[in-house]
Design a protein around this ligand. Structure first.
Ligand code: NOJ
Length: 700
């Protein structure tokens, strides 16, 4: 390859932004990759690429983060945060397999998914894209997604390249303002933020995207230690690193660590980035730098090798036009899977006994989220950026909450009236009055509220994470009617809703649960399904409590606020059922590190429970979290049945990263906690000791 051809391989060009003609030029030049191009347009560019210069096939990337949702024909699955509520890696793997088939049906090769950032501050606009706040859960679900996307045979027509993003610490930005600096240490990175990426790398993830942000003043794209030392050398990542959108030029104008394109390009290459997203300036700069001897061509070779190896591994050289059958787009099987995951992701947050609804009820469905499917979809669909024509009409099939309630009401002999009441963040003339009038005639109110992508998305962080004022006013007016309210929260992420919790008879959510999220909520309301979802993220009472994730380091002197508890409204792992579960007989074998525990369905209905296992290191050389999730398992139990569960651990499972940035398991006393949520009141506990490592083990 010539120097120009090598330089071009490292560039990823945005088709939708630069258009067909310029894209053709880049294809002729031998550019490595395009993003945001579909079907026939992609084929056209591929034809040019394989007939030009070094004849290397193009790689096409797309943001298909919860299904191939930028394509109107595709299945729109729940967002990662929503899917995480199912606590079911196998199910999530199946969703990723389905998404991969739909992505490759469009002739595309790479999806910028999964997101492995942690959602620990709900002010951040991209919490919906995460698997929530816990590193263990995010890692397990992320690895499952990687396996699903990439398949066993990477070169199969139905496999796509996964991209673990955003590396790293993106969700921790100061003030939860997207891309602001993150003040965390490398010890913390290795202890808390790296494990999900480590699991994805172990699962074979073939690409990783650098974050927009910076760690303690060093932009992630310019951080050699992060990219070369930790990711490539220590974790053994053998795929390619792609920057986020224009991260090379951000080093100049936004992050101000480089003066010009040459400096930024050299910094990006030397730090360990292999592919530069939307960085045409990199091409010119790096050729100049190598020619003048200011950059080492070897670095270019290394990056090219990583990119070409992945292209080869995924069969692009054998078949540059590899494409799965178009029949997969939005097919029946995927729609059924979509229903399944929406049901499994439905979380019952509160229930005073009103649910499931019984009897002949006159139901009033009210609220701005009840009949607008955009509220169920969240970000990164054909309604949102990065496509220019995003504000379009919804395409069937889908079922809103109102439609779901209407359909099931017939079967349950109930009547339904609907009043919108207000907009997500705006008033409707007379809306509240109309809702109150209708409420007076109803037996029960289903209040559908939440946010939408104008309030939470990339570039939409919020300082106030309450329900918008018009919705709060509508809720207050409904409360004043004295009728029972069932609140269905259709939101991108947790909101601060203490008043909703206090004054609703029941509260349930499945966040942005895709095409059939509304239907799943309706099924839960009528008891057609028994909700079993659990929260992958805590709900604070108030924004001032942020962050309030469950696995904090121990606090002591002044634990809570004068005006607010330190605990959350709904804690990580919380989720009720129409039956109840009891835990007993906790046993731990210190030799084999095996835990046994029994769980019993003590209610009158069959149900599923996600058994969660946490641990705490009771004395360690640096402070460690008050609890950490180390295992979970979902069990289905008939009324009255019980099951003994066995979990086997390794010493590593009880490790943390010490002050020298080494992962260690320190001998001593530990505590195991088992139950149905992370709240102390839901856990039974058992202390145990880990001894010195056996000689043979330390010698290794
Ligand atoms: C910016 C986002 O941060 C990233 O998640 C996405 O994959 C790229 N743009 C490409 O659209």
């Amino acid at each position: 390859m010539t120097l120009e051809q090598k330089a071009a391989q490292l560039v990823q060009i945005p088709y939708a932004q630069i258009g067909r003609e310029k894209s053709e030029e880049w294809a002729r030049r031998g550019v490595g990759s395009f993003l945001h191009v579909f079907g026939e347009d992609a084929k056209h560019l591929q034809k040019i690429a394989i007939e030009s210069g070094a004849k290397i096939p193009l790689l096409f990337g797309i943001d298909a983060v919860h299904g191939h949702c930028l394509n109107r024909k595709a299945t729109i699955f729940p967002t990662q945060l929503s899917m995480a509520c199912a606590f079911d890696p196998e199910l999530i793997k199946r969703v990723a397999q389905a998404a991969a088939k739909e992505i490759s049906a469009d002739g595309l090769h790479q999806t910028f998914s999964p997101v492995l950032c942690l959602g620990r501050d709900i002010r951040w606009g991209r919490v919906d894209e995460t698997f929530g706040e816990d590193p263990y859960l995010a890692g397990i679900l992320g690895a499952a997604m990687v396996e699903g996307y990439q398949g066993e045979d990477n070169a199969a027509d139905t496999s796509v390249i996964a991209c673990a993003k955003h590396y790293i610490g993106y969700g921790e930005a100061t003030g939860a303002r997207d891309s602001y600096d993150t003040s965390i240490t490398y010890r913390k990175i290795k202890d808390t933020f790296l494990p999900p990426f480590e699991k994805a790398v172990k699962a074979g993830c073939a690409s990783v995207m650098t974050a927009y942000g910076s760690i303690d003043g060093t932009p992630c794209t310019a951080d050699k230690k992060l990219l070369k030392e930790i990711l490539k050398e220590q974790l053994g990542f053998d795929g390619f690193v792609v920057t986020d959108w224009q991260n090379v030029s951000h080093l100049i104008g936004e992050q101000c660590v480089a003066e010009n394109a040459k400096e930024a390009s050299r910094l990006a290459l030397e730090s360990g980035n292999d592919m530069m997203m939307n960085a045409p300036e990199f091409y010119v700069a790096i050729i100049d730098l190598v020619r003048s001897g200011e950059a080492d061509e070897k670095l270019l070779d290394e990056a090219v090798e990583r990119i070409l190896t992945v292209k080869m591994r995924f069969g692009l050289f054998d078949n540059p036009f590899r494409q799965a059958d178009e029949k997969y787009l939005g097919c029946e099987e995927h729609l059924e899977l979509n229903k399944e995951i929406a049901r499994e992701s439905t979380v019952l947050l509160k229930n005073d006994g009103i649910l499931p609804l019984t009897g002949k009820n006159k139901i009033l469905v009210v609220g701005p989220s009840a009949d607008d499917i955009r509220c169920n979809y969240g970000d990164w669909t054909y309604f949102s950026h990065p496509l220019p024509d995003y504000d379009t009409q919804p395409v069937r099939p889908y079922v809103t909450l109102l439609e779901g309630v209407q359909e099931l009401a017939k079967k349950h002999d109930c009547s339904v009236q609907y009043v919108k009441g207000c907009e997500i963040n705006g008033e409707i003339a007379g809306g509240i009055k109309q809702a109150v009038k209708a409420a007076k005639k109803a037996d029960v109110i289903v209040f559908a509220c939440g946010d939408n992508i104008l309030l939470a998305a990339e570039g939409c962080d919020r300082a106030d994470v309450r329900l918008p004022k018009p919705q709060r006013e509508l809720f207050t007016a409904l409360c004043n009617t004295g009728k029972s309210i069932v609140t269905a929260l259709i939101c991108t992420k947790p909101l601060c809703i203490p008043e909703i919790d206090e004054h609703s008879a029941a509260v349930l959510t499945n966040f942005n649960s895709g095409m059939f999220g509304g239907r799943a909520l309706a099924e839960a309301i009528f008891g057609e399904i028994n909700p079993s979802g659990k929260l992958p993220i805590s709900f604070p009472y108030h924004v001032g409590q942020q962050p309030c994730y469950y696995n904090q380091l121990p606090g002591w002197h002044c634990r809570s606020y004068v005006d607010m508890p330190e605990t959350s409204l709904y804690s990580f792992g919380h989720g009720l059922s129409y039956t109840s579960f009891a835990y007993s007989d906790i046993l731990f074998d210190e030799k084999t590190l095996t835990l046994k525990v029994s769980v019993k369905n003590t209610g009158k209905r069959e149900g599923a429970e996600t058994v969660q296992v946490y641990f705490r290191d009771l004395a360690s050389s640096v402070m460690t979290p008050v609890k950490r999730l180390i295992a979970f398992r979902k069990v289905q139990l008939k009324a009255g049945d019980s099951q003994e569960l066995t979990f086997t651990f390794t010493r590593d499972d009880f490790s943390f990263v010490n002050a020298n940035e080494e992962r260690v398991t320190e001998p001593g006393e530990f505590e195991l906690m088992v139950g149905g949520s992370s709240a102390d009141s839901d856990l039974i506990k058992k202390k145990f000791t880990i001894g010195m490592a056996p000689k043979s083990w330390t010698d290794q």
